[in-house]
Write a protein that binds this ligand. Sequence first.
Ligand SMILES: Cc1ncc(COP(=O)(O)O)c(C=O)c1O
Length: 478
Amino acid sequence: MATTPTDLPTAAPAAPGTTIDQLIEAEEAAMLERMPVAREMFERAHEVMPGGVTSSWASTRPIPLWVERGHGGHVWDVDGNEYVDLHAGYGVNVVGHAHPAIVEAVQRRVTMGTHFAQPTPDSIAVASMLGERFGLPQWRFTNSGTEATMDAIHLMRAITGRDLIIKVEGSYHGHHDLVNVSLWRSSGDLGPVDDPVREPGSGIPKAIADLVRIVPFNDLAAVERVFAAHPGRIAGMILEPMMMNAGIIPPHPGYLAGLKEICHHHGALLTFDEVKTGLVVAWGGATELFGVRPDIVCLAKALGGGIPCGAVGGTSEVMSAISDGRYDQVGTFNGNPLTMASARAVLGEILTPESYVEAERLGRSMFDRSMAILGEFGVPAYGCVYAFKGSVVFHDRPATNYREFLQIDTAVSHLRYLVQHNGGVFMAPWAKTESWTLSTMHTDADVDLFVRNMRRSAELVASITDRHSELFEVGSVT
Ligand SMILES: Cc1ncc(COP(=O)(O)O)c(C=O)c1O
């Protein structure tokens, strides 16, 4: 029978002696029970799509959610079950689903033609509004975050004439070769902290990985060491100003300003990958939040309001490399009219300064109430709220880099995902790595449901005496 979020029953604590794996298996069985149509679809999908999914990261235990539609802050699966959507398409749907302003903008544009490979008037409005938010005067467009970070690295190299780039250990910047190094590795595969392993991702040549230097997040001395070891050879550094694929890890005070100073001292450039944070953690992204303006900002995800998008912004000095032809920033679909119409509505009509205040209020309520419940049950936890993004992590101390993040219990993280799911809240399935994303269309009732499920998670986790899991390795990412 299809369920709505509020008609789901709350369950009793686990019986004494129940293991974490037994709890996970029971929750997964309950989930599958509610999804007969999805199970059948998933089976059929395997015949025509590898892994039965459209992108490998949609492939999750026990099966992916097969979504039929979304409206406001909620989604409905193919079995008719309704969920509060805090996954938000990996942080894209900050405007919610089928927001009237997006529907109107896209419908209007679609009737006027959707592709010319020529600029349309909306692109000027979008570039100007991004300039105001991020304090960078010029912008170009791409179709994804991957393309945006690829352009940023090409630009840093084209401008400096240098090959090496610095990247943060464990950070994800998309699936192009240049950044597919030191990703999703478990504790045992990282190498020494002062010289981390530079293993390329599958399909990426070792020669490419050798052009990257890896440093831990929040460690200025490591960056200094890399510059000292390779004088005149580093084009620049790319990083998320706050790590977003390891829960949420904010920068230490002074870290971002220190990076800018070190990079510039050595004639190198600094890129902030704000694909996840931009337009989400504050009106002007992490750039505004932490008060450090880099040479290049990469955006994607929330910018398009659900339409594929990406953007690269830069200082006049950086963007002159495009104007004068030192770097050809190209793409058939760049600045696609549909994307630009939607992005204009996102920036100009929906993500107003007030919307960040309201998101912070809802997020704070989720966070404070969750922490109070966890305290009641004696479950150690930490977390944070940054406007539309937030997290509560069942771990005793905040991770400050990727290695510390790996120590968070993966099995408990998955159990929490399942409990929220079975309680009518759809979180991102890679529960340890991902945080929640609110939208402008979420309500206090949605928050109440999340908090109710948090109570059940706390109750279950507090009742487990043996946390050893055969299903999830300690020190693994997922
Ligand atoms: C920080 C960051 N950069 C880049 C990307 C790549 O974006 P896309 O999936 O749109 O290519 C992602 C995607 O999750 C991301 O989180």
